[in-house]
Design a protein around this ligand. Structure first.
Ligand code: ATR
Length: 292
């Protein structure tokens, strides 16, 4: 596809962005649908300047990553209701000069669970972590729980407690908080159907770490790890070995990009291709890490 004077631009803003695979994922999708768009990553130090640039240059949209998902909010013109509740934005859409913030992270986890046959409705869910990623997931799943329940476990109990309280105040959902403790986990996990790791435990380079001892896992669980590097974390390997269903972090990575694509272009994303490109780009990064 030719880049010409009508080409529309979407960007990633964050710091660092060097290892992002979003450019490969988004550009492959634009090309597959024959859309005259390109996607580029920018390491941003001056966030206000970058936001002014989006408006001044008529950039169509942006992905927002660490460390700007919260800091970007006061710089935007409007917030989608879910992003407002979560308090973090991972997507900007420029509608004729008006910048609107969205959050597609939680929806991506919901879509992944449904795609694997684990619709959260009326189930007991254990969510590990109470950081930014966990907030996005917790707010979306809380809306889908029906008569089910969600327990947020976190090393820093205060954080889990505050998140659970916030969710209860904003949505009518059965959400509790606990501290990340093996004895407490052992009690609650027996009757749980879904376990989601939204902590950073197990991420490269600390691949030997895992948030939960393997003897607590059971075969009636669906275990979802949002860590995507390595592709299969220790948690997922151990869960797979005992016969639990597993969902890898690439699912959230690609599906959150798929929702961004839809918001920017108005078209459904070619997810299969995006998965393929995402996987191969991540493999390349892993090889580079091993050789550097
Ligand atoms: P993200 O945006 O990826 O969610 P974050 O906001 O820094 O990143 O959150 C990281 C999560 O991983 C938190 O829940 C954190 O627990 P604390 O709130 O107690 O910091 C969790 N986490 C990180 N390292 C951990 C460790 N070694 N043991 C247990 N939890 C850990």
């Amino acid at each position: 596809m030719e880049i010409n004077a009508q080409t529309r631009l979407c960007i990633l803003i964050g710091n660092p962005v060097k290892h992002s695979v979003s450019p490969q994922i988004h550009n492959s999708a634009f090309q597959a649908l024959g859309l005259n768009y390109v996607y580029l990553a920018f390491r941003v130090i001056d966030l206000e300047g970058a936001v002014r640039g989006i408006k001044a240059l008529g950039i169509r949209g942006a992905s927002v990553t660490i460390p700007y998902k919260e800091k970007i909010i006061p710089l935007l013109d409007e917030l989608d209701d879910l992003a407002q509740k979560i308090g973090a934005v991972n997507t900007i859409v420029n509608e004729g000069g008006k910048l609107i913030g969205y959050n597609t992270d939680g929806l991506a986890v919901y879509q992944s669970l449904c795609a694997y046959g684990f619709e959260p409705k009326d189930k007991k869910i254990i969510l590990l972590g109470a950081g930014g990623a966990s907030r996005a997931i917790a707010f979306v799943l809380a809306q889908k729980l029906g008569s089910g329940e969600m327990i947020i476990f976190n090393r820093t109990f205060e954080r889990a407690k505050n998140l659970a309280q916030e969710i209860k105040a904003k949505l009518k959902a059965n959400v509790r908080a606990m501290s990340l403790d093996d004895a407490l986990l052992a009690q609650e996990i027996k009757t749980a159907k879904i376990l989601i790791n939204a902590t950073s435990l197990g991420m490269t380079p600390e691949v030997e770490k895992t948030p939960i001892p393997k003897n607590l896992l059971h075969s009636d669980l669906c275990v979802f790890d949002i860590v995507y590097n390595p592709a299969k974390t220790r948690l997922l390997s151990e869960a797979e070995k005992i016969g639990a269903k597993i969902i890898a972090g690439i699912e959230m990575l690609v599906r959150q990009a798929g929702e961004q694509f839809r918001l920017w272009t108005g078209k459904p994303a070619p997810l299969e291709l995006m998965f393929e490109k995402g996987r191969s780009a991540l493999e390349k990064i892993t090889k580079q890490d091993l050789t550097s």
